[in-house]
Write a protein that binds this ligand. Structure first.
Ligand code: GLY
Length: 574
């Protein structure tokens, strides 16, 4: 065993030294090239949306019924989630999207937050040098410069059919007329009540009557409605300059943060080439850095491509999937960061030869202790963030994952804007060798720097098969990656959208060296076999809320399903 692992380390070293270093420093620019080879000849003729909240799903369908396409619908869904699911995402946060235009053009849109220019590492350390977790997770110092508003304006300008303000209209209407917060939002506010109480504008918004909202109460968000109106009217400038920009900077600085007007004005959406992996007749299009998710999914699929999983019993199939997860997560922490700042050995990590080398280190029926693989560390996965999927009647597709990071982000609302700021600074490796809220240890590649994007696990993905297309993604901190992988494998196994989102899940992330499993993920025989192979199984809950749309090309039929683990979700075809 040991010599196999030593061989693997040598292979790794050889590949690292011979690989071409990769940095995608492509400037922001409107889309030009199309990829006709990826165009699908037929059109669905109807549209499907799946999101974590029925208001958001209906908003997407409403905008498409008024002549919008999947990208206009994405703007409507995202902005509505900012009102009704603020604990997971919003215009104070960011998103990552894989989009496929009906003409075959495919692109990754990176609207991730960035560090402000005056980011100061000492802000995240106590006087004795220990990590200051409070500043990393709560209040304005924890907030990166938001990317979502710029991303929505970008989608409207380059991909949508409708004016931005028309796609924002449902969210603005819901914010003004009011909605009933669901149980999960009420729980999130209750969980974060102590932090919310520190900021007067947060108390005014989230603790009406000095307490969390109660079920059935109608809740309005007029400040955010006004902020969305300005965004709709003026596009990028309506958020990053003028009234909103000034209010954001003033509020952040008055509360001890360090944003400047220049930080906001210089925010840029980035278009990047998505990662594409071919796996047993399927083409998976997924997220490149500054997400680690697509690299990990591709590495896992490349490892698994050497096995015919369909011929294995559940225990052996699960064993191989776990071992592939273990190896991909080991690599994930060490190399990856913002491609505009760091060179990454992506040629190596995505190479089938590298995967073949890793495959040789996997024993057929025995777990590899993570301690026998070169060092890195793992995670306490959180269930934050949100994902939605859209296919329109013309075959345009959007797979979008959005976040404010931890539940309720920084808990800091910028006075007069209704904007709840993210706490995405914690996704940087703020303190070398100390884990973030998900237990992820960072390397130099993910150290903060002015204007840099923090590493994400978001893995919006689209899977193309000969006769089916699947739009898949999930929230879940570090478990996003494994949940999306399992969703992709379930899709390839022929499961429908409802089957994919309902499937029980499991997760391994190298460290801690254990398999987290949803109750019921394995039957007794499989659990017993895995234990005998050397795995430690640990039940845990909750898991991410997956939202999936599939397109059956033979029947030309869409299917949309929202995760049954969340009561407010809705998948709908019209
Ligand atoms: N903040 C969670 C993520 O981006 O992965």
């Amino acid at each position: 065993m040991k010599h196999l692992l030593n061989w693997r380390v040598t292979l790794l070293a050889l590949l690292v030294s011979s690989s071409v270093a990769y940095a995608d420093s492509r400037p922001s620019a409107p889309p030009a090239a199309t990829s006709p080879t990826h165009a699908i000849a037929q059109r669905p003729g109807h549209a499907g949306v799946a999101s974590a909240n029925f208001h958001a799903t209906e908003a997407g369908l409403e905008v498409m019924a008024k002549g919008g396409n999947a990208f206009d619908a994405a703007i409507a869904v995202a902005s509505t989630l900012s009102i009704v699911e603020p604990e997971s995402s919003g215009i104070g946060g960011g998103f990552m999207a894989v989009i496929h235009r009906a003409d075959g053009h495919e692109v990754f849109i990176d609207a991730r937050e960035t560090a402000p220019a005056s980011v100061n590492l000492s802000d995240y350390l106590n006087k004795d040098g220990t990590p200051n977790r409070d500043n990393a997770l709560n209040g304005p110092l924890s907030a990166g410069i938001p990317g979502e508003p710029a991303g929505l304006a970008w989608l409207a300008a380059h991909y949508g059919k409708l004016p931005l303000k028309d796609s924002l209209a449902p969210a603005i209407r819901i914010a003004r007329d009011g909605f009933k917060p669901d149980g999960r939002l009420i729980n999130a506010i209750t969980e974060r009540e102590n932090e919310i109480r520190r900021w007067p504008a947060s108390v005014a918004k989230y603790l009406p009557g000095d307490k969390p909202p109660v079920a059935g109460e109608v809740w309005r968000d007029p400040d955010q409605a006004h902020t969305l109106e300005l965004l709709g009217e003026h596009g990028f400038d309506g958020f990053y300059r003028g009234e909103t920009g000034k209010k954001l900077v003033d509020a952040v600085r008055a509360a001890g943060g360090n944003w400047t007007a220049k930080d906001l004005e210089s925010y840029q959406v980035k278009e990047r080439t998505p990662i594409t992996v071919d796996y047993r007749g399927y083409r998976v299009v997924t997220a490149p850095p500054a997400s680690s998710g697509g690299v990990a999914v591709a590495e896992i699929l490349n490892i698994l491509a050497g096995y015919d999983l369909t011929r294995l019993d559940d225990a052996h199939r699960t064993h191989l999937v776990i071992e592939a997860m273990r190896r991909a997560f080991r690599d994930h922490n060490d190399y990856l960061g913002d491609p505009d700042f760091v060179k990454m050995p992506l040629d190596m990590l995505l190479s089938p030869y590298y995967a073949a080398g890793l495959r040789m280190t996997i024993l057929p029926d025995k777990a590899t202790p993570s301690s026998m693989l070169p060092a890195s560390i793992g995670v306490d996965p959180g269930m934050h963030t949100t994902h939605f999927s859209v296919i329109d009647k013309d075959g345009n597709i959007a797979s979008i994952t959005l976040t404010v990071n931890y539940t309720m982000g920084s808990t800091f609302v910028a006075a007069g804007t209704g904007v709840l700021l993210n706490d995405e600074m914690d996704d940087f490796a703020l303190v070398p060798n100390k884990p973030n809220v998900y237990g992820l240890l960072g390397s130099a590649a993910n150290a903060p720097a002015p204007g840099k994007r923090m590493l994400s696990s978001m893995t919006p993905s689209i899977v193309f098969g000969a006769d089916r297309v699947g739009v898949i993604g999930s929230p879940g901190g570090s478990t996003i990656i494994t949940q999306v992988l399992e969703g992709i494998l379930a899709f390839m196994d022929g499961k429908d959208a409802a089957g994919i989102v309902a499937q029980k899940r499991f997760h391994h992330q190298y460290m801690p060296d254990r398999v987290d499993m949803e109750p019921g993920a394995f039957d007794a025989g499989t659990a017993d076999a895995l234990t005998r192979m050397g795995y430690t199984l640990k039940e845990r809950n909750p898991w991410g809320y997956m939202n999936v749309v599939t397109w059956d090309l033979k029947a030309n039929k869409l299917d949309a399903a929202s995760d049954p683990r969340r009561e407010s979700g809705l998948g709908k075809v019209q």
